[in-house]
Write a protein that binds this ligand. Structure first.
Ligand code: NDP
Length: 291
């Protein structure tokens, strides 16, 4: 028997009724402001996916689209207007921002009570501490709920995370640590990646490098969570863009047989991506209780 293929779309469907019920119980639909600077097609596609899912579950998004040459002060002004608006319950700044803008300064301008990506200093402290009420970045939340849906516990496991970004790798490592896993974090300077990843009971890959992980990087029975979203031309991409062939960081066809019948693996697309969007809207609903 081949390894279990973890279906993120089906898992998301299963979480939707509870989310819809929470939204229905609110006085007004929760509204997420999405601030975009410039016209990166991957960012635009990802914003569309977030907005479409929000509408599907009864939430709203407000797309605030600034031009590529907007200044840092312009972006911060938009954030502050969203902070002050009673009609907006959550805010995200679509990353990456143009390199002329200090990303940290913009993120820190977000009121932590409206920080739907969990990236302001206060929220980072909370998810590092493993607080129950922490707003954690949406991908980590999505992976947590995906594993829970499949009853795949991290407790006592050796979890290896490849990638250490603030948006993806570090929150995933914190999640695993807070679930009482023993955690190894790998990155571009890791001397022997395969030697580390082969030790993983659960391998979570978020590097943005197609086919980084092959059959020689896993052991039989491992659970492999592929966060990477890349197009076949080896550019890094966000979520599903119609007409483009997306691949993860794991060579799915080659790794699947190496995992054996006790293993499990997420596909790309259809694995972590849909759960990230779910996690974002769940964060938004959690924030509604705070403003
Ligand atoms: P970043 O580029 O910010 O970080 C990539 C990380 O991977 C870095 O820590 C880097 O190491 C590490 N890395 C790069 N190359 C290697 C290598 N050869 N060996 C080991 N480690 C390596 O990307 P993000 O964290 O923002 O995103 C990672 C991936 O996840 C991307 O494909 C992105 O599109 C995808 N993504 C998917 C989402 C989803 O919902 N499925 C949501 C968000 C992102 P170093 O720190 O040393 O540079």
């Amino acid at each position: 028997m081949p390894a279990l293929i973890i279906d993120g779309r089906a898992a998301r469907e299963a979480y939707m009724p509870a989310l819809q019920a929470r939204i229905k119980a609110l006085i007004a639909p929760p509204t997420l402001a999405i601030i975009q600077v410039g016209d990166r097609p991957d960012s635009t596609a990802f914003i569309k996916a977030k907005s479409a899912f929000a509408v599907k579950v009864g939430a709203k998004t407000r797309h605030i689209h600034l031009s590529e040459d907007a200044s840092q002060a312009d972006v911060i002004k938009s954030v502050q207007e969203c902070n002050a608006s009673h009609d907006i319950h959550g805010i995200i700044v679509q990353l990456p921002l143009p390199i002329t803008i200090d990303q940290d300064a913009v993120i820190e301008a977000i009121d932590p009570r409206k920080d739907a990506d969990g990236l302001t200093a206060l929220n980072v402290k909370h998810w590092l501490e493993g607080r129950e009420d922490a707003i954690m970045p949406a991908t980590a939340r999505g992976v947590k709920e995906l594993l829970e849906h499949y009853k795949l516990s991290l407790f006592g496991k050796h979890v290896v995370v490849v990638g250490r970004s603030m948006l993806v790798g570090k929150p995933l490592a914190a999640l695993a640590l807070n679930e009482n896993a023993t955690v190894t974090i790998c990155h571009s300077r890791t001397a022997d990646l395969a030697q580390e990843t082969k030790k993983a009971d659960v391998l979570i890959v978020a590097a943005g490098r197609p086919a980084l992980i092959g059959p020689g990087h896993v052991h039989e029975g491992a659970v492999v969570i592929d966060v990477g979203i890349n197009d076949a031309k080896r550019e890094k991409l966000e979520e599903e863009i119609p007409g483009r062939k997306l691949v993860g960081d794991v060579d799915f066809a080659a790794v699947l047989p190496a995992l054996g019948d006790a293993g499990a693996i997420t596909p790309v697309p259809g694995g972590v991506g849909p759960m990230t969007v779910l996690g974002l809207i769940e964060n938004l609903v959690d924030l509604c209780a705070r403003v």
